[in-house]
Design a protein around this ligand. Structure first.
Ligand SMILES: Nc1nc2c(ncn2[C@@H]2O[C@H](COP(=O)(O)OP(=O)(O)O)[C@@H](O)[C@H]2O)c(=O)[nH]1
Ligand SMILES: [Mg+2]
Length: 323
């Protein structure tokens, strides 16, 4: 058992090991997680959360590292959460990320954490926001969340950030890939990385066209900018930071920041509740109640919906009212 209040106090004081331990409690779905979240609740909500997503290899980790450098120069404390579904353990991709992040490894103003998306209950949709909350409560001004834009839940995590950055790179057939993954709907800022490579202009043009950026928008609407970068050389990174600042200002001006955070919290509560319900219903497998309901269905005494309603009522104590 961990001393949660002490861990939280240490995390607040900037002790990286305490932060790491709290995130481990999240990842491991510790029984102490309720206590952790209760302790963090009044402390979180200050950090600005930026999601970065895009196909593998577009340069997310490189761009993330460059953004960390930029934010550190501005004196901000930064948290990085790298979510990688391809690496349930500390294998391939994460190793590469660690190399790209290594220049920040000894900086006490930076927390870097990798998280595999497999292997725990409720998956990422459940764990990532809680890990973000740990970094937030630990005093990070900015939390950068890197997710591979391939799976539904990874895309969702990025989409639920305060600001979502979608990265593309030339020569990756990226436009079509991106459209397929649904990431063209979620970007607040688009980055065409690897602008040192041939085809960057074409990619930006194609993106501009696909996003319908030439079309008229209602006054006051956010118009996602397209920023070109050479993340590997830090070029264009200041422009990305400027675009992020601008989007944040727009969110605040339009009361969208709170609205987004409320939507994010609603999703989070929903995920936890549904997971809990599913667990409880799962517990009923082989239970006498389910068995006898099934027998009555077979005997023609009960239809399947009525049986399911009865099961749900048994689990939640809430019965469905007929229309
Ligand atoms: N030419 C070029 N290569 C880049 C640039 N940014 C990143 N890379 C390289 O692209 C590869 C993938 O980068 P990485 O950041 O790991 O991509 P991720 O999978 O999206 O996180 C690495 O070899 C980087 O060095 C860039 O601006 N130009
Ligand atoms: Mg990466």
């Amino acid at each position: 058992m961990q001393d949660v209040p002490q861990l939280v106090a240490q995390a607040r004081a900037g002790r990286p090991r305490a932060v790491a331990r709290l995130i481990s409690l999240v990842e491991g779905a510790s029984p102490q997680l309720r206590e952790v979240m209760a302790a963090l609740a009044p402390l979180a909500g200050r950090a600005y959360v930026v999601g970065l997503t895009g196909s593998p290899g577009v340069g997310k980790s490189t761009a993330t590292s460059a953004l960390v450098t930029a934010y550190r120069k501005a004196g901000k404390r930064v948290g990085v959460l790298a979510v990688d579904p391809s690496s349930p353990f500390s294998g391939g991709a994460l190793l590469g990320d660690r190399v790209r992040m290594s220049e920040h490894a000894s900086d006490p103003g930076v927390y870097i954490r990798s998280m595999a998306s497999r292997g725990h209950l409720g998956g990422l949709a459940w764990a990532a926001p809680q890990a973000i909350r740990v970094l937030d409560a630990a005093g990070c001004d900015v939390v950068l969340v890197e997710t591979v834009g391939v799976g539904q839940s990874e895309v969702e995590i990025a989409a639920q950030a305060d600001t979502c950055v979608v990265l593309l790179a030339p020569g990756m057939g990226d436009g079509i890939q991106a459209a397929k993954a649904g990431i063209l709907e979620i970007g607040d800022v688009y980055v065409v990385n690897k602008a040192d490579r041939e085809g960057a202009d074409a990619t930006a043009r194609e993106l501009n066209h696909m996003l319908g950026l030439g079309e008229a928008r209602a006054p006051g609407d956010w118009r996602p900018p397209i920023v070109r970068t050479v993340a590997a050389r830090g070029e264009g990174v200041d422009e990305v930071v400027a675009a992020l600042d601008k989007h944040r200002a727009w969110l605040e001006e339009h009361d969208e920041l709170t609205a987004r955070r409320t939507r994010r919290a609603a999703r989070e509560v929903e995920t936890i509740a549904v997971t809990a319900l599913r667990e409880r219903i799962g517990d009923l497998h082989g239970d006498r109640r389910l068995g006898s309901l099934a027998e009555r269905v077979v005997a023609g005494e009960l239809d399947v919906y009525a049986a399911a309603d009865s099961l749900v009522a048994g689990v939640t104590g809430v019965s469905r009212r007929g229309g």
